[in-house]
Design a protein around this ligand. Structure first.
Ligand code: CTP
Length: 426
């Protein structure tokens, strides 16, 4: 048992903490040099294709647009060719010199075909092989994987024929980027609007990551964020952890093709959009312990990034603690050490990495934790370093393994995450 005056050590925060929008989801080199055929069809969402092209090009991809005649009613080929630095293909023949546009060549050239926006009509034609425009003939000749981002009104999307056609395409290996819900051009609201370009690009990156990522086949447990230890219905003991480092690690693992089991304490940051990501949301250290220890046996590696509360109130009051008397004394009990428990469970074919956030004698404390918790690696950061630790978008860490240490410069948490993952799972 421990007795603690309420004003020291811990940050006691009211519920509903909100954080600013943080996560930049566009990452790394998975699309570098990739050749993408972007099919554009006749939907008002065609205007979003401009942003999509810019994002793809920013990621290092080469984009060749193939547009349907109806697509050209919504967006001009001049805009698209200016963005892609390539002539836009729409007709079977070049009107000016009569040369033939080879859909077969495009089918061989591409690393992926992405049709965004894709109308109900094009989905139907794809499902039934109605090759009456250049886009469908390109699709039918495509050797590379195909992704489709539907865009239509809610009733058209929900219609049984659209759904059956989508099912058929899925069965044939086409990847469907689920449309979003919200305000539609028809002024109706519902499911059918084309997914946002950032999410489409993420799905494309993930698609390649699954096929080519260095870590495909790995399943990695990550604990992240703070834990909240409840005092009464409106208060808890917590800490300043934002979850940014843990989410950056999760994102990096996904982008390298690994499945991630993310056990996440209270965190209001947007999560990576990925089917490789499985999230278990928890609040307390005990809940994090239960989730992490039950998920770890199915994983081949674990990264304990969470800032777990070391102490939890002995009791949680049923009613709000009233402001009475001169002092509030809290009785706290130690929480279970999740990293140490997993360190005990760890088999020879499993690896474990922990974090150590220190304020003094950092190296000594970190090395002691590495041994005590049976970790294979520990990431040390010190609150003495400006820009390192809680809340920042940057971090300055030292990667410590048994017998070696390697200090990295101050850099973005995204770059730190990549260095950690590449060192942890070489
Ligand atoms: N950790 C954990 N469960 C706890 C406490 C810590 O899994 N109850 C993990 C953290 O996620 C981190 C590592 O253990 O990977 C070290 O956490 P840290 O707070 O630095 O160390 P503690 O063991 O709590 O020791 P101290 O607070 O005395 O520095």
């Amino acid at each position: 048992m421990f007795f603690l005056p309420s004003h020291i050590f811990y940050h006691i925060i009211p519920f509903h903490l909100s954080t600013t929008h943080y996560f930049n989801l566009l990452i790394q080199e998975m699309l570098k040099g990739k050749k993408i055929v972007l099919g554009i069809t006749g939907s008002i969402a065609a205007y979003k294709a401009c942003l999509l092209i810019r994002l793809l090009i920013k990621q290092g991809a080469e984009v060749q647009v193939v547009i349907t005649p109806a697509g050209k009613e919504f967006i001009t080929p001049i805009t698209l060719s200016a963005l892609t630095h390539k002539p836009v293909i729409s007709e079977f023949f070049n009107q000016r010199d009569g040369s033939w546009h080879s859909h077969v060549d495009l089918g061989l050239w591409a690393d992926a075909m992405l049709i965004a926006p894709c109308t109900a009509s094009t989905i139907g034609k794809m499902a039934h092989g109605i090759a009456d425009n250049m886009l469908i003939t390109t699709y039918l000749s495509m050797k590379a994987p195909v992704l489709v981002a539907p865009a239509m009104d809610l009733d058209m999307y929900a219609h049984v024929s659209t759904q059956e056609n989508l099912k058929l395409l899925q069965q044939r290996g086409v990847h469907i980027v689920e449309p979003g819900s919200g305000f539609l051009a028809s002024t109706l609201e519902g499911k059918g609007r084309m997914q946002e370009p950032e999410i489409i690009v993420e799905e494309l990156i993930e698609f390649f990551a699954r096929r080519e990522g260095r870590l495909r086949g790995n399943r990695i447990l990550i604990t992240a964020g703070p834990t909240y230890e409840k005092l009464d219905p409106v208060r808890f003991i917590g800490n300043y952890s934002s979850g940014k480092m843990g989410l950056a690690l999760a994102q990096e693992c996904i982008m390298q093709g690994a499945e991630v089991e993310l056990v996440l304490g209270p965190c209001s940051l947007p999560l990576p959009h990925s089917s490789l990501l499985h999230v278990t949301r928890v609040e307390s250290a005990q809940q994090m312990y239960d989730a992490a220890t039950s998920l770890f046996p199915a994983c081949n590696a674990g990264i304990m990034c969470a800032a777990v509360a070391d102490f939890t109130p002995d009791t949680c009051a049923d009613e709000k603690i009233k402001r009475e008397g001169d002092q509030l004394v809290l009785r706290l009990n130690p929480t279970k050490d999740i990293a140490a428990a997993i360190g005990q469970m760890k088999l020879d074919n499993q690896k474990l990495c922990g974090f150590a956030l220190e304020t003094h004698d950092a190296m000594q404390h970190a090395q002691e934790k590495l041994c005590r918790k049976n970790l294979d690696m520990i990431i040390m950061n010190s609150l003495q370093d400006a820009g390192a630790g809680f809340q920042h978008d940057t971090n300055k860490v030292t990667i410590i393994t048994k017998g070696q240490s390697h200090s990295l410069p101050l850099q973005s948490k995204k770059d730190v995450a990549r260095e950690i993952i590449n060192t942890f799972i070489p």
